[in-house]
Write a protein that binds this ligand. Structure first.
Ligand code: C2O
Ligand code: CU
Length: 496
């Protein structure tokens, strides 16, 4: 049954009206529900209740086609912000207002937007084209203005089609004015799987993979890439390069520090189809944060980072030259950067530190630091999401339904402000999915880490909880760019 949805009201109005009609397991339910739209007064009310400093951090970001230097003489025609290397960070302090003037100068009439991944911001600034705002048309401008309430490591990227797999992304570092950690220096480590302008474009990739196994071309599709850590298939797409801070291993980014210095690494996976296993040769890593939020510190040899996840770690540096290696999990390729605190020989570009085979910890086994742990409470509402579909038909979906961006409120997961919400991700597929919720930082289990993106292993269930304290319409999706675009998305909608 096709239902008439008042999409305009979600985009433009206050409380949108949802007249939904969905069929689940043979039973038909009908509802007429009023949703809290992005421009609802509740959104402004919550924003004004945030403890802002009143200070503004202004940036301008112009999306343009440019040639990006990947190092070692490799140049790729791609889309960037201001022609910069993908990944020039934006920094601000918690409580400050980010004022980001975005100009869309992309070619070919391409519209765009910016999503501030992981930030608990006001819903109308979330940057999801077709849900929280109209896409910024080619030639158009849009100014984002919002308080970033929580310190941490975030990033930003467009939320239109598969643009994330181009060069349109960068870290967003929200500094803590009362930083409790002691360290001498910090280094942002941005990971990305790269194809754009080398072998084709992300649109070419999607056009091919969406044909599924029946498709005639296999230029981009990756077969048989498996990983023990990821419990099965590792990825769908084969990439020519894996970049650390915008460069290939043959021309690594070099971070210079002093021996004995304590360094904070802020690691971000901005890739589209690749989890990275990251290690720093000769060092153990002390994990202090996941997705911007503190955890009880834990020492590991290597960290597994899914797309959209961030890990902050502390290391005390030895004396020498140490490769930081990002192994494309299950894909048998690596990216590299270097830490230099003394003299030594530069390793071969294919070097793999033994730490990569050392101890690693699943996110679910970590614990949220006490100050960010959610109080124990019975959930007021539980939504189960079956992760469905597969490579065969490339029909990645939630509950067997591909999300329709043209009709985003067709079958939302309804919640209300003030509720404790539980989400059960039931992965019925043969592949892992990094599930990302906008506008909130959930907690894994009863005392697990606070995160906004969590790896759900194949044939496993993962339960997360969060407090519904940020009214609006929020996307919930797989952060594999191609899975999301194929339809593995849902909408978490606050009811009025
Ligand atoms: Cu980085 Cu909708 O996500
Ligand atoms: Cu997925």
């Amino acid at each position: 049954m096709k239902t008439e949805i008042n999409r305009r009201s979600v985009l433009l109005g206050g409380a949108g009206v949802l007249a939904g009609c969905s069929t689940t397991g043979g039973s038909t339910t009908s509802s007429s529900t009023s949703l809290v739209g992005p421009s609802d007064p509740a959104v402004r009310r919550v924003e004004s209740s945030r403890r802002g400093t009143g200070r503004e951090q202004r940036v301008s970001l112009t999306a343009v086609a440019a040639r990006q230097d990947l190092g070692a003489g490799l140049r790729a025609a791609t889309w960037t912000f201001d022609g910069r290397t993908a990944g020039t960070p934006v920094r601000m302090r918690a409580g400050d207002t980010l004022v980001a003037a975005v100009s869309n100068r992309l070619p070919g009439g391409s519209s765009t937007s910016i999503h501030w991944h992981g930030v608990a911001l006001r819903n109308d600034m979330d940057g999801v084209a077709g849900v929280t705002q109209a896409a910024v048309p080619s030639g158009g401008d849009f100014t984002y203005r919002f308080i970033a309430p929580d310190p941490g490591t975030y990033f930003f990227h467009p939320h239109v089609g598969v643009q994330l797999d181009r060069g349109l992304y960068a870290p967003l570092i929200v500094e803590d004015p009362k930083e409790p950690l002691a360290y001498g220096a910090e280094w942002v480590v941005l990971l990305d799987d790269w194809i754009d302008g080398v072998n084709g474009t992300p649109d070419d990739v999607f056009a091919e993979v969406r044909q599924g196994m029946a498709g005639s071309s296999t230029k981009y599709m990756l077969m048989g890439a498996t990983s023990k850590l990821l419990g099965g298939d590792a990825g769908d797409v084969s990439y020519p390069y894996h970049l650390v801070n915008g460069g290939v291993a043959a021309d690594p980014d070099v971070f210079t520090a002093k021996p004995g210095e304590r360094v904070r690494l802020r690691m971000i996976n901005a890739g589209s189809d690749t989890a990275y296993r990251v290690a720093l040769s000769g060092h153990r890593l002390t994990i202090t944060h996941t997705d911007g939020f503190p955890v009880e510190p834990v020492q590991v040899d290597t960290v597994l980072i899914g797309m959209g996840e961030r890990y902050d770690v502390l290391v005390t540096l030895g004396d020498g030259i140490f490769p930081l290696v990002a192994l494309a999990e299950g894909k048998d390729q690596t990216g590299m950067a270097l830490v230099r605190s003394g003299s030594g020989r530069r390793p071969a570009t294919t070097f793999r530190p033994p730490e990569l085979a050392g101890s690693v910890l699943q996110a679910g086994l970590m614990k949220a630091a006490e100050q960010v742990r959610l109080t124990q409470a019975q959930p007021d509402v539980t939504h189960q999401l079956k992760l469905t579909g597969g490579m065969d038909k490339y029909d990645w979906s939630v509950d067997g339904q591909r999300f329709d961006m043209e009709n985003p409120t067709a079958s939302p997961l309804l919640i209300r402000e003030g509720q404790r919400v539980r989400l059960d991700f039931v992965n019925e597929t043969e592949m892992w999915h990094p599930m990302h919720l906008h506008g909130h930082t959930f907690q894994i289990g009863e005392a697990g880490p606070r995160k906004d993106t969590a790896i759900v292993l194949p044939r496993k269930t993962l339960s997360v909880v969060f407090d519904a304290d940020n009214p609006g319409q929020w996307l919930l999706h797989c952060h594999n760019t191609y899975h999301g675009e194929a339809g593995m998305m849902a909408l978490v909608a606050y009811q009025a």
